[in-house]
Design a binder for this molecule. Sequence first.
Ligand code: ADP
Ligand code: MG
Length: 247
Amino acid sequence: MKKYQQTVSLLDNLKLKGIIHSLDNEITEAEEKKVSYLSFLSVLLNSEIAYRTDRRRKRNLAGAHFPVEKELDNFDFARLKGITKSDLASLMDFVWLDNHTNLLFFGPPGIGKTHLSIAIGMKAIQMGYTVCFERIATLIKLLKMADIQRSAGFRVNRLLKTDLIIIDEIGYTPIERKEANLFFNLISELYEKASVIITSNKKFDAWAEMMGDEIMTVAMLDRLLHHSRVFNLSGESFRIKKSTKEV
Ligand code: ADP
Ligand code: MG
């Protein structure tokens, strides 16, 4: 027993929490199956890696700030025009993310733009990427506060180091010229370094008016669209359908 406690204490010193968690089971199993010393060592190291991977994923999921969790299992593609189930399956290889390609989802409210973005983001985390989700209104607040408030600065820094940034709901609220400038700087900073998913209810041609500066908007769209896949979605609102059903 003393030897056991000493070993656990050594593992604790080395911060090998994954091995500590699985140690009892693995010892019992190794004794039963009479495995070699080498395979026993390999099993322990693998359990440490699995433990760390799982911890990292959980941390990334918490840090992503998803407003709700969404998956694709029950997503109804039949009602949505502009993207097919096989389009989405092909996005799940995440080659676009490795290539810093952006995804842009356009369309009216309630058709699943946010749902799709969150589901893609959650899958990306499962695959080991880091993700940040922000509504444009929150993002702009964060950019404005970054220099004066520590927590905002922290979130903006995290954003700049993330593989995938999801910016939701562009178009619902007008953006002041100064704010649009901050947003433009962010997009320039991320250009060819990370992937951005954008959802918007407004087509590109309405963006200049929304941001109050045509030249800057053109420059921003240039960067967003250079490596991108655009999905123009249409269909009946899921929210309206659901509430009429409930009535
Ligand atoms: P949008 O962002 O386009 O306004 P949301 O993604 O917020 O729309 O969708 C509104 C609600 O309807 C959410 O609860 C979402 O999960 C659900 N929803 C939307 N489209 C679908 C779909 N095709 N299949 C299943 N649920 C959907
Ligand atoms: Mg939405």
